[in-house]
Design a protein around this ligand. Structure first.
Ligand code: SAH
Length: 369
């Protein structure tokens, strides 16, 4: 199937963040250096968030240069950044080694700082309401290309780039461009680098990492077996197959019931509450009857519903629900005992909100707002 088999364009150069600690030691030995240099380099990169060899002053200059040349290629470069929400939200457009562009979004909240990262350039899932889905899939990102987005965000947070002084990056959501579970191995590698304690990785709490999926059932089952405590989010958007077939085309392969079964299995094994994402689209999936159907499906489950007011995307005729319908939807779900909140619409005016990431779109002000 085309969506799982992106065009090959060669591989990004190998980077420290692609490797686990053993592989790093082997790579350092292959450069002709003692293997403890791997730990030193890891401490600089994951512990102190340093990237430039010149900052690694405890390493002799020739060692520094050899390590940097062998293990720290420039994988991502800032193409441009766009800020909004008084500087509390920053979208970064990254240029990758082969000229491909992807985006990540860093968000500062009163109680936490979160980055939303891309796992693929483009996306093959073709959901008609999502800007990323319209352009199709360009290619999978490597583990290090994903980790670099996170490390850069951690650096930005730590240096106070979001204003209001430094903060600590605590949360990572795989909700940027792409379908994370269609790039399984690279995403799992990135998750491990994000949660493994320094110097192996960044040492973020597993529970503060969220992997979001359209519902690739075999990959959800595989994730269930990883012995991780990351949060699983399922982009449901409709309680019935007839509508979901049109909103999330992969539903023609794995139906609502199968996706939810896999989700409940994940919740059962990990003890983690599964997030259900539901973009409210006016007149399409926001009727009271659908809220009741959804409530009946989710009643009594270890779950939380995130309703997302539809964000406008270029060329789409769909729009967000009437606020009264949105309130009714929340009320009905809660009447089934289903924990439900409405997600904020951070970053809309810089095309950085859910479903708006499509490189190129960000240069044009969003006149729909
Ligand atoms: N492919 C994965 C990861 C992307 S997460 C997934 O679909 O889960 C991005 C989230 O934003 C998904 O829940 C997606 O369905 C939702 N989304 C996409 N377009 C949107 C839009 N225009 N408005 C609101 N949410 C949208």
């Amino acid at each position: 199937m085309l969506v799982f088999d992106p065009p090959r364009r060669g591989k990004p150069p190998r980077h420290l963040a692609d490797l686990d600690p053993d592989e790093r030691r082997a790579a350092v030995a292959a450069l002709g250096l003692p293997s403890y240099r791997a730990d030193q380099l890891s401490r600089h990169y994951f512990g102190a968030l340093r990237r430039l060899p010149a900052e690694m002053t405890d390493l002799p200059a020739d060692v520094r240069d050899a390590l940097a040349a062998g293990l720290l290629p420039a994988l991502v470069e800032v193409d441009r950044t766009l800020d909004c929400d008084g500087g509390a939200t920053r979208k970064t457009v990254w240029r990758l080694y082969d000229g491909t562009r992807v985006e990540s979004v860093l968000m500062r909240y009163p109680d936490r700082t979160t980055v939303c990262v891309s796992s693929q350039a483009g996306c093959g899932m073709a959901c008609p309401f999502c800007a990323t889905g319209q352009a199709g899939l360009t290619r999978n990102l490597s583990t290090a290309e994903i980790v670099e987005q996170v490390v850069a965000a951690a650096r930005d947070a730590a240096t106070g780039a979001l204003g209001d002084g430094p903060t600590r990056l605590g949360n990572v959501v795989f909700m940027g461009m792409g379908e994370p579970l269609a790039n399984y191995a690279a995403v799992l590698g990135a998750v491990r680098r994000i949660v493994d304690p320094a110097p192996a990785g960044l040492g973020l709490a597993q529970r503060h990492v969220t992997v979001s999926t359209v519902g690739l059932v075999p990959a959800i089952e595989r994730l269930t077996r990883e012995s991780l405590q990351v949060t699983l989010a399922v982009s449901l958007h409709a309680p019935d197959d007839e509508l979901r077939d049109t909103l999330v085309p992969v539903n023609t392969r794995w139906k609502v019931a199968e996706v939810l079964d896999a989700a409940w299995e994940y919740a059962g094994v990990t003890g983690r509450r599964v997030s259900i994402e539901y973009a409210l689209i006016r007149g399409i999936n926001d009727q009271a009857a659908r809220a009741h159907a959804l409530g009946a499906l989710l009643r009594g489950r270890l779950t939380h519903v995130n309703l997302i007011p539809l964000n406008p995307t270029t060329g789409s005729r769909w729009t967000a629900s009437d606020p009264r319908d949105e309130r009714a939807f929340v009320r009905i779900l809660r009447s089934y005992g289903v924990s439900t909140t409405v997600r904020d619409t951070r970053g809309r005016e810089i095309d950085a909100a859910c479903g708006q990431l499509a490189t190129g779109a960000g240069v044009v002000p969003n006149l729909g707002e």
